[in-house]
Design a protein around this ligand. Sequence first.
Ligand code: HEC
Length: 463
Amino acid sequence: MTEFLLPFLGRMHPVLVHLPIGILIFGILLCFFPQKGKNPLLPSIRLAFLIGGIAALAAGGSGFLQYQWEGFAWEDVQLHLFGGVITAVGSFGLYSLVKNAEALTTKIRVLALVLGLILGITGHWGGNLTHGEGYFTEVLPADLQSLFGASAQPELGPQLTEETWENAQLYAEVIQPILNKNCKSCHNPRNRKGELDLSSLAALKKGGEDGLVLTAGDAAHSELFARLILPKEDEKHMPPTEKNQPSKEEITLIESWIKGGAKESGTLAEAEISKNQVERFILKNEIPFYPISALPPLAADSLAGLKEAGLFAEAVESGSGLLKVSCINLPSFQDSDWRILESVQSRIAYLDLTGTQVTDAVVEQLTALPNLTVLKLNSTGITGNSLKKLAQTKNLKLLYLNKTGINLSQIQALGSSKSLQKVFAFDTPASRELATSGKAIFPFILEAGSYSLPKLATDSIVY
Ligand code: HEC
């Protein structure tokens, strides 16, 4: 009949803690209330520390019950608990100091301040336990968050590498990260939906309100897996339908882990997990296509000038300070119009001059673009004699020269470029030379079929 009492008292802890906080802060403030002559507040201060101490004991007792009954981990509560004990002891200590004092001494005032500090820290630790550590910081703007070293780390899931994936630990490096990514927001020590904590193997093995969720070797009878494959309409389906769902691979990996005995240690190779199953978690160290630039992204309105002139301009990737600029809707663009681009010169990474009036004279300007990566000069009057200068640009990877007057020896002159990956020269003298003279070897790929190039849809896209 009375077994509810202890857990109930435990749950009173968040209510009770406000008593010592209020009373002790009141006492501490009284210590600094300016008084002339004999301090009439002394008895009140004494009383505040006495009652504050008793309230701290009561709060501590209920806190201990809550720790016992609500399954908090000792590592999480220990600091908070020690803080509570010190607060109670400190209050009684101050009570007896004030009781034996004739007047408020500096020593009492300093100790009262120290007590206030301990009280504040203890309360903060307690708040972290109930609200989670990021409670205050997570509502701050990102740059302020990083100032507090608390930038919210998104759960990324498993992160394996090409070289070492086979030796990765199945539970620690794959299964737990999958649970962290998909389940931990609702199943952690602070927020235990269904009384279930999935943030560690020890907690997971304790199960939830309906008992164990894991039967090693038997996935079908493990709620941890079985709930994931329930039809979405089923109210027991996990995670709840409105939340991000784990991928097929993630579910299969959980299944394989349980079938293999739900072991804490053991590598992917030992568990006979194939590369296919984890392929999507293997990090590819891709070299970014565009140069890495320290230029901050441009505000949309600073592109307005370009757009007014009839150009298309946007960031090459969201968040990048580099620009994609296209003159495709401005066939009248000519060499002297270059001044429109001067203000963003250092940002241009992708430049499409297809179909414009530019001539060889523009190449000089192009070599001055430090981040130029993709250059389209299709259907322009570029003849090619000036092209070899483009070999000096450091980042140029793709060069489009379709339907220009370029010939093979002019393309050859680009051979000294260290960055160029592909040159497109369909429907040019070069492509016709190739058709008769056979293969030519370049340090880059030359795309120049011997046929004439059909007009591509993208050539006439109107942005
Ligand atoms: C948005 C919150 C949320 C997420 C995310 C979530 N769950 Fe749950 N889970 C709940 C709630 C609420 C319950 C209790 C109601 C119930 O049993 O359906 C629960 C209960 C469970 C139970 C039953 C516990 C018991 O003993 O009754 C299991 C097992 C479970 N979840 C597994 C998972 C797994 C595995 C994931 C991740 C793949 C997950 N959950 C993600 C909210 C969530």
